[in-house]
Write a protein that binds this ligand. Structure first.
Ligand code: PEP
Ligand code: MN
Length: 372
């Protein structure tokens, strides 16, 4: 059960102390306090853990200082969507809105190779009105002899170039807790020219120590990829690890699942699960068409499979697209075969907008239909 405290109540007030006294005297109940720092106000939530079945929501709701009481019906206590739960499904980071109600495109390099390519990418993004990107510095590779990413050594120029071209948020995978410090230090050193969204890759979805470390820091939002060989429930529980450590600014990414059915694509595209994740949780949902499809191929209609997969996610209400581009895919050090080219960027964005507009029309139609 979650007790949402009236935002006007000071934590030093008598009312707040009275409320805490009352709740802590409930038998077999522990209280966990959570602070939500919004752009407008600070929200205090008290999580009642333990024997909550017998508690009366109505009685608690009449206590002074209580704004609302929500009974948690299922798992995913913090990120889950519960009955009568009207808590927000969005957050702001570095001036960018991330929610279940909008769409952001993160086009960029799977792996940073050199400053020239990073600059070409950032410049193209700015020219096409984009303010987010993806840049891989720490690459988890299946083969120990493959290029592992430039790591810390590329961070300064990546962040400086992002700042030069007004890129506000960069999705960057971290594979170890120490990478968070390296990113913070580089941002500090370069004067905070951009923001970073920490990405946890599919190979680390259940790396619980990494999840806890990313959850303990409350500066950077986190993009968590669905594990490619575990259940959806297990992956959402992994997201809940981040929130249980205090970081609720979490985006959940679908990136295709491993299958052994001779897929024509690198992974089995799972974008029909966009509305499922939005129904079960309050997280914005990202799709990664590059790592799902994994190859540049098209059909007789000339539309690439990566674009078709993107459209399938967007028409189902996806909130973020993580997509690989590269100025010279043949020379990319990682995942060149799935990268789109720079001249395809405006075309890709325009194609996305067609499906986003169609989704918005579908949304309006559904509201109208059920309002009647
Ligand atoms: C990536 O986005 O670069 C990546 C490695 O993705 P995934 O973890 O989904 O394989
Ligand atoms: Mn990749």
């Amino acid at each position: 059960m979650i007790v949402i405290v009236n935002p006007e109540i000071e934590k030093t007030s008598a009312e707040y102390r009275q409320l805490l006294d009352y709740l802590s005297n409930l038998p077999n109940i522990q209280i966990r306090e959570h602070e939500e720092e919004g752009s407008q106000q600070r929200l205090t939530e008290l999580y009642l853990v333990g024997d909550t079945a017998a508690l009366s929501m109505d009685e608690i709701a009449t206590m002074p200082g209580v704004d609302k009481v929500v009974r948690i019906s299922k798992e995913y206590r913090i990120l889950g969507r519960h009955k009568n739960d009207t808590r927000s499904t969005h957050f702001e980071y570095n001036g960018v809105h991330f929610g279940q109600d909008n769409l952001n495109i993160f086009a960029g390099l799977c792996a940073v190779d050199n400053p020239e390519h990073v600059e070409m990418m950032m410049k193209a993004l700015k020219e096409n009105g984009q303010s987010c990107s993806r840049m891989g510095a720490y690459k988890p590779r299946s083969n120990p002899y493959s290029f592992q990413g430039h790591g810390k050594s590329c961070l300064n120029y990546v962040f400086e170039l992002a700042g030069k071209y007004d890129i506000k948020v960069i999705a960057m995978e971290v594979t170890h807790e120490s990478h968070i410090d390296e990113i913070s230090e580089a941002l500090e050193k370069t004067g905070q020219p951009t923001g970073v969204m920490l990405q946890i890759g599919t190979r680390n979805t259940q790396n619980f120590e990494l999840l806890k470390a990313c959850g303990r820091q409350h500066v950077f939002p986190v993009l968590l990829k669905r594990g490619f060989g575990i259940t959806l429930e297990e992956s959402i529980n992994a997201a809940e690890y981040l929130a249980s450590e205090g970081n609720r600014n979490v985006i959940f990414a679908l990136r295709g699942m491993k299958s052994h059915f001779g897929d024509p694509h690198r992974n089995m595209v799972d974008f029909s699960h966009v509305p499922v994740v939005k129904r079960l949780t309050r997280m914005p949902v990202c799709i990664d068409p590059s790592h799902s499809v994994g190859i540049r191929v098209d059909s007789p209609d000339k539309i690439q499979d990566i674009q078709h997969a993107t459209a399938q996610g967007v028409i189902a209400g996806a909130n973020m697209i993580l997509v690989d581009f590269h100025p010279v895919p043949g020379k990319a050090l990682v995942d060149g075969p799935q990268a789109l080219t720079m001249d395809e960027l405006p075309y890709f964005i325009e194609d996305v907008m067609i499906t986003r507009e169609a989704y918005e029309k579908r949304f309006d139609l559904a509201q109208k239909f059920y309002a009647e």
